[in-house]
Design a protein around this ligand. Structure first.
Ligand code: KIV
Length: 272
């Protein structure tokens, strides 16, 4: 069976992620939302597990990431952290928990860290959230940035199209990335921007840049349900499907239904 042999079984820290960038070693990141999946993702050698607010779409069926609450993210993050030994676990701060002001942001950040066992937090935005990012970092909590397409602002953008194609927006993004890195963010996710712009950011900042729909970078992230092919309705150009779980699960469940209806399950061997 194809797989990846983990060379170093030690816990992945922000320090090691920095070393990986310096040594040119690529960083593999995936989302997880539950204990069982996180255990598999961790043992398969993923370096960073993101408890993404994409749980709002993937787990709850919402159209956007906006409805997921702090309590719901804490539930997912705690479940994931319990299943992970090696990977660095980062949790998204959900919409509304850090935009009001820095004091509220740091209070919510502390709550997530205390109640989940995660290693760090991810916040969407650049200069406009910098004071909050600084306060969270001052509280001793590692922060991952997120620029480009920031789904919590979808109602402002009005579309999930590629961001920062125009030079003015590209320059703002590079400026924001530099500010986040200088403030002390340990990595930055770039979502759905041109590959040439990603390269400019990779060169401009010393912290790892993790891409999604952003071309080659220091690492890549995908939503686990998408890359496992659970959802047939979501097929953006950047998505590579590594399995067809939709078909595998449908077939398996169909076999189970047939077995139950045909009295083929359970057999004597499966009974007490
Ligand atoms: O919530 C999420 O899954 C994310 C990734 C798309 C980076 O933020």
């Amino acid at each position: 069976m194809a797989g990846y042999l983990v060379e170093d079984a030690r816990k992945v820290t922000t320090h090691r992620l920095q070393e990986m960038k310096q040594q040119g070693k690529k960083i593999a990141m995936l989302t997880s939302y539950d204990f069982t999946t996180a255990k598999i993702v961790d043992s398969a050698g993923v370096d960073i597990i993101l408890v993404g607010d994409s749980a709002s779409n993937v787990m709850a069926g919402n159209h956007t990431t906006l409805p997921i609450t702090l309590d719901q993210m804490i539930y997912h993050a705690r479940s994931v952290a319990r299943g992970v030994k090696r990977a660095h676990v980062v949790c998204d701060m959900p919409f509304g928990t850090y935009q009001v002001n820095a004091t509220e942001g740091v209070r919510n950040a502390i709550r997530i860290m205390q109640e989940t066992g995660c290693d760090s937090l991810k916040l969407e935005g650049g200069e406009e959230i910098l004071p909050t990012v600084q306060r969270i970092l001052e509280a001793g909590i590692p922060v991952m940035g997120h620029l480009g397409l920031t789904p919590q602002s979808i109602n402002k953008f009005g579309t999930y199209a590629v961001r920062a194609k125009a030079e003015a927006e590209a320059e703002k993004l590079i400026h924001d990335a530099k500010l986040l890195a200088q403030a002390g963010c340990f990595a930055i996710v770039l979502e759905k921007i041109p590959a040439t712009l990603t390269q400019r950011v990779v060169q401009a900042v010393s912290v790892p840049i993790i891409g999604i729909g952003a071309g080659p970078a220091d690492g890549q992230v995908l939503v686990i349900d998408d890359m496992l092919g659970k959802n047939k309705d979501f097929s953006p150009k950047f998505l590579r499907r590594y399995a067809d779980l939709h078909t595998i699960m449908t077939d398996a469940i169909g076999c189970y239904v047939s077995d139950v209806k045909d009295c083929q399950f359970p057999t004597a061997e499966e009974s007490y």
